[in-house]
Design a protein around this ligand. Structure first.
Ligand SMILES: [Ca+2]
Ligand SMILES: [Ca+2]
Length: 320
């Protein structure tokens, strides 16, 4: 996709407008804070009606529309091994926004999203948004209207209680809709999503809205497809890719893009416009990347290689 950036200066702020064939995306250089809105009630008040005290959704889908096999973790980790830099080892996975957000060429009766895996030490929050692809509407961080879907995207034993295959439903989506995701880095604090996160800690599948200053650094997500299982997978990098000092504990990015891994089920699958997405089945390792070969190897490498997880383990040990 070819972008034609235009930079305007209004009231001392730089306004960036990016024209694509389907949407205009704009952002500002302001440092406003992120005020979370929760799904499904769209309230800024964290409601224990919808989430429990661990930040886990209460409205999990009882009968998911897609079957999620645990082997999907191994398949994904072949592409996104822990601690290995995607831009160095598999740069083709970092695409333009057209291939980072999920485009629907037909209507969906339901879109469901599942917790698959976290390769992270942070307690991240994950939200979603949707926008029209057939109308040239300016997109910005406010108009996207992020809604927090997983206040605490942390697994059981690693700071949360999410489990593989916990699905939530976004409901029906119209034809010509795109679905994107938002990560609030280390957003779960003191029993809710931290309303004091700044733009430097919010990352989206709409790269122009991300805080880094170059188009390469602004990419935070990888979209993969498992057409046999009829599932899409999103991997997200949870650290500011340009500045360590913008991250909690001044952690520097490892660019492994596996810190949050989501599965997305669109019913029907034929409504997904993802014919040229990278497929993960069969799981072929990317050239130059030696991924783990088993689930055991994945978990072992996580413990060994994640400095944030190690830091967090130290803090937990010190507090007990
Ligand atoms: Ca990771
Ligand atoms: Ca990472």
């Amino acid at each position: 996709m070819k972008f034609s950036p235009i930079i305007l200066t209004i009231f001392g702020c730089n306004l960036l407008i990016i024209n694509t064939c389907s949407a205009e995306i704009s952002t500002t250089s302001s440092t406003f804070k992120f005020t979370p809105t929760y799904f499904p009630n769209n309230s800024t008040d964290y409601s224990t009606l919808y989430y429990d005290s661990n930040g886990k959704p209460r409205n999990l889908v009882a009968t998911p529309k897609c079957q999620l096999d645990k082997s999907i973790i191994d398949k994904v980790m072949k592409f996104l091994p822990e601690g290995k830099s995607v831009p160095k080892n598999a740069p083709s996975l970092l695409t333009d926004d057209r291939h980072a957000n999920i485009y629907l060429s037909g209507a969906a009766t339901d879109v469901q999203v599942a917790y698959v895996f976290e390769g992270a030490g942070y307690t991240n929050s994950v939200g979603f948004f949707n926008f029209r692809t057939d109308i040239s509407t300016p997109l910005n961080a406010i108009s996207l209207g992020d809604k927090i879907l997983f206040p605490n995207f942390s697994g059981t034993g690693t700071g949360g209680t999410m489990n593989f295959g916990d699905w939530v439903s976004l409901g029906p989506m119209a034809k010509d809709t795109a679905i994107g995701f938002t990560l609030v880095s280390n957003g779960w604090k003191s029993g809710k999503v931290d309303a004091n996160r700044t733009v430097n800690q919010i990352f989206r599948t709409v790269s122009a809205l991300n805080p880094e200053s170059t188009s390469d650094y602004k990419r935070h997500t990888v979209l993969l497809s498992d057409p046999n299982a009829k599932i899409l997978v999103i991997g997200i990098e949870d650290l500011n890719r340009q500045s360590c000092s913008n991250n909690d504990w001044s952690a520097c990015t490892d660019d492994d893009f596996n810190d949050v891994i989501l599965a997305v089920c669109v019913d029907p699958w034929t409504s997904v416009d993802c014919s040229d997405c990278t497929t993960i089945d069969p799981p072929v390792a990317k050239p130059g990347v030696s991924g783990p070969s088993s689930w055991t190897e994945v978990t072992e490498s996580l413990t060994e290689n994640d400095p944030i997880k190690a830091q967090k383990a130290k803090e937990r040990a010190a507090n007990h």
